[in-house]
Design a protein around this ligand. Structure first.
Ligand code: F6R
Length: 251
């Protein structure tokens, strides 16, 4: 596991974009897994800037969403599909048809999950971007999720709904349910890139990277993957021991 502690959030976003750029330019795979959420906004904005400058192109990429709320209207700006449309499709040369995600409006959600799982497996994700919840979730795999889990409908826990409420208009709350890739699905990607910024993530980052591998901290499953990069800002890295946080400080 490579842990990069950037001097600040903006540098963490640049470092994340560097890794995505390296992946896209390597042409080893075109399948890029994307997380949404506040943490990803700066890295995705940086990717969009590079596309506008012409130093990066997503024209041949295929983007796969990690998760999606169940219960939002199709045109709800808070859905992850609409977020990725706004942050990547409208701002880069990523073709609209190249964004793949589970359809939460399918009346048969069980079939939808099985279908999306097949789709993701067939794509063989080359680089998977991940955020982390304050409770240690990855995608929407809440504490207690099996490390062998696949795409399924999950109930979001109260902590996650409280945290994510900041992305919703005042007075509204995130839905109680979502479709998420499983931890088993995520671990199949060739490379994982976990990004975390801000003091609220410090505890889950320290437990995920240095604590025991346990279902009660879903992100600790990353310790089982052979190719993981973690990009942090100093507040998110604050509770790591010196040994691991200084292992790979960015220049
Ligand atoms: C969303 C996702 C989630 C977020 C996590 C962190 O697609 O996969 O696991 O990455 O909840 O969200 P932020 O960045 O909003 O703190």
């Amino acid at each position: 596991m490579r842990i990069f502690v950037a001097p600040d959030r903006a540098t963490a976003a640049q470092r994340t974009a560097d890794i995505v750029e390296g992946f896209v330019n390597s042409a080893a795979s075109t399948a890029l897994g994307i997380a949404t959420g506040k943490t990803m906004e700066e890295p995705l904005a940086e990717i969009a800037r590079r596309c506008r400058r012409g130093t990066l192109s997503l024209a041949h990429a295929e983007v796969y969403l990690l998760d999606e709320y169940v219960g939002l209207e199709l045109d709800d700006p808070c859905s992850f599909a609409n977020t990725v449309d706004r942050l990547l499709v409208q701002t880069t040369d990523l073709p609209p048809g190249a964004v793949h995600g589970p359809n939460p409006h399918n009346p048969d959600l069980y079939a939808e999950c099985a279908d999306y799982e097949r789709h993701v497996r067939a794509a063989c994700i080359g680089l998977q971007l991940l955020g982390i919840g304050t409770n240690g979730h990855i995608a929407f795999n809440e504490p207690g999720s099996s490390f062998a889990s696949s795409t399924r409908v999950v109930q979001l826990n109260e902590q996650t709904r409280r945290d994510n409420a900041r992305a919703f208009p005042d007075g509204t709350r995130p839905p109680a349910a979502a479709i998420t890739q499983g931890i088993g699905t995520i671990l199949m990607a060739t490379e994982l890139l976990l990004v975390a910024c801000g003091q609220p993530k410090a505890r889950s980052i320290a437990r995920a990277l240095e604590g025991p591998v346990t279902r009660s901290l879903p992100a600790s499953a990353l310790q089982l993957h052979p190719n993981v990069t973690v990009v942090l800002d100093p507040p998110a890295a604050a509770l790591l021991t010196d040994a691991s946080s200084q292992r790979c400080r960015t220049p």
